[in-house]
Design a binder for this molecule. Structure first.
Ligand code: KE4
Length: 431
């Protein structure tokens, strides 16, 4: 079955579009960036998942990060089954939530207090409100190319000038919301210096993906993060690391462990739910004390800390905390990127890649992008051709040239080898 011929995926996609906008419950799944028909997944196991035609793929999305131990890991499935048999949700505190909070505080030392929520969007939205409530300031700084979920204040693109406030990137976001958001360039510390010099005492927070994954993978320079840390301290602004994607992914302790920089607040998600809806925000206790019910910043959630989801997350954390987990994960991610680069070179295709822990970026460009502008110069058309050629060969990459990829503990040498065999054919279509 090639990605162009009719399949049950087409039938399901046509049916889905009758009742759900775009036929999907999250836009990136619709394949609009790469074209073609999204695959409707019926089941997943280890590094694989299967579509509605029964075709098997090596999965390099892993649910956009959560499936770091591999799909349907028996320990995680059993933990979910056992928890579900005790009831699905109580709307009352449980010991499991304490276990999860203690695990997060142990693994991410900058987090002294933490609140569990159900999505990364909730985590960053709540962290923003907390930063504004704790500082009494309204202005926030984010960076072009970073995605922090779909809260109104964060769906904002750069204004006309460095010191001009942002413009909405989405219909439905009032100008009045966007006007409190300054959007600067990623990896340009000099812009932070200028903005803080001019507006420092009005800035509630800076929110950043310390390893960016939503414009494809892009590493922050140490100077970029060190500058924002210094300026936030100097001006009393709150530094928020959005580690929803990088947390427990680029390293056990996330990007803040790799860069050895302590944010004031951290947003987490994905891996800590193991595939079920768990996310979190937390950080300095003196800031978290502003949260209701003890403080004036309100935030709530019917399913926050859900016992079944927390059980999946705790089972996942138990696996990733085992000695050697990240060494093996990083080895396989590096082998993947090195292998793809070698295959591209053999085919004479301009291509490079980057790998950090269990996360990788693939770029149809002669050299690694260093900022948003150079990232946007990567050849999207060639990526899209490569994407579909790999899909035909049974390898499922992120359906966008501007998304990162994810490796699980189940992506072993044999899986990497099988991926190389597929890539050899896929790059040949580009030569
Ligand atoms: P969710 O609300 O989707 O759980 O998390 C939002 C979010 C926040 N912060 C970062 C750094 C994120 O990467 C995300 C979500 N990531 C996307 C992947 N590009 C999720 C996939 C999707 O939107 O369907």
């Amino acid at each position: 079955m090639t990605s162009t011929s009719h399949s049950k995926n087409d039938t399901l996609f046509a049916r889905a579009q009758l009742t759900t906008p775009g036929g999907v419950n999250s836009p990136v799944r619709a394949f609009r960036s790469v074209g073609g028909t999204p695959r409707f997944i019926t089941r997943a196991e280890g590094p694989y998942f299967w579509d509605a035609d029964g075709k098997r793929y090596i999965d390099y999305i892993g649910s956009w990060g959560p499936a770091i131990v591999g799909h349907a890991h028996p320990d995680v499935v059993k933990a979910v089954q056992d928890a579900a048999a005790r009831g699905l949700s109580f709307g009352a505190p449980t010991e499991g939530e304490i276990d999860m909070a203690e695990a997060i505080c142990r693994i991410v030392p900058s987090v002294e207090q933490v609140r569990l929520v159900s999505s990364g969007t909730e985590a960053t939205m709540s962290a923003l409100r907390l930063a504004r409530g704790a500082t009494g300031r309204d202005t926030i700084i984010k960076f072009e190319g970073c995605y922090h979920g779909h809260a109104d204040s964060l769906l904002v693109k750069a204004g006309s000038g460095l010191l001009t406030f942002g413009n909405p990137t989405s219909a439905g976001v009032p100008e009045d919301f966007a006007k409190h958001t300054l959007v600067l360039d990623y990896n340009k510390p000099e812009q932070l210096e200028e903005v803080f010099r001019s507006k420092g005492d009005t800035i509630a927070c800076v929110i950043v993906e310390p390893v960016a994954g939503n414009m494809n993978l892009l590493r922050a320079t140490p100077e970029f993060l060190q500058t924002m840390r210094r300026l936030c301290t100097q001006y009393g602004a709150i530094l928020i690391f959005d580690e929803v994607m990088s947390g427990f992914r680029v390293a056990l302790g996330g990007a803040q462990a790799l860069y050895d920089i302590q944010p004031d607040l951290t947003a987490l998600g994905k891996v800590i739910g193991g595939g079920l809806p768990v996310a979190a925000f937390g950080g300095r206790a003196d800031i978290m004390q502003h949260m209701a019910p003890i403080g004036g910043v309100y935030q709530a959630g019917t399913l926050s800390g859900n016992p079944v989801a927390v059980a999946a997350g705790m089972a996942t954390l138990k696996i990733i905390e085992q000695p050697g987990f990240y060494e093996a994960l990083s080895t396989h991610t590096s082998k993947l990127v090195a292998g793809l680069s070698a295959e591209a070179k053999a085919a004479g295709v301009d291509f490079c890649g980057d790998a950090i822990g269990g996360m990788f970026g693939l770029y149809f460009a002669p050299e690694l992008p260093v900022d948003y502008a150079t990232m946007m110069k990567c050849d999207k058309t060639r990526f899209n051709t490569f994407f579909h050629a790999m899909l035909d060969e049974g390898v499922y990459l992120a359906p966008s040239a501007f998304e990162a990829g994810f490796v699980s503990a189940q992506h072993d040498d044999a899986i990497i080898e099988a991926t190389m065999a597929a890539a050899r054919k896929a790059f040949a279509t580009l030569a």
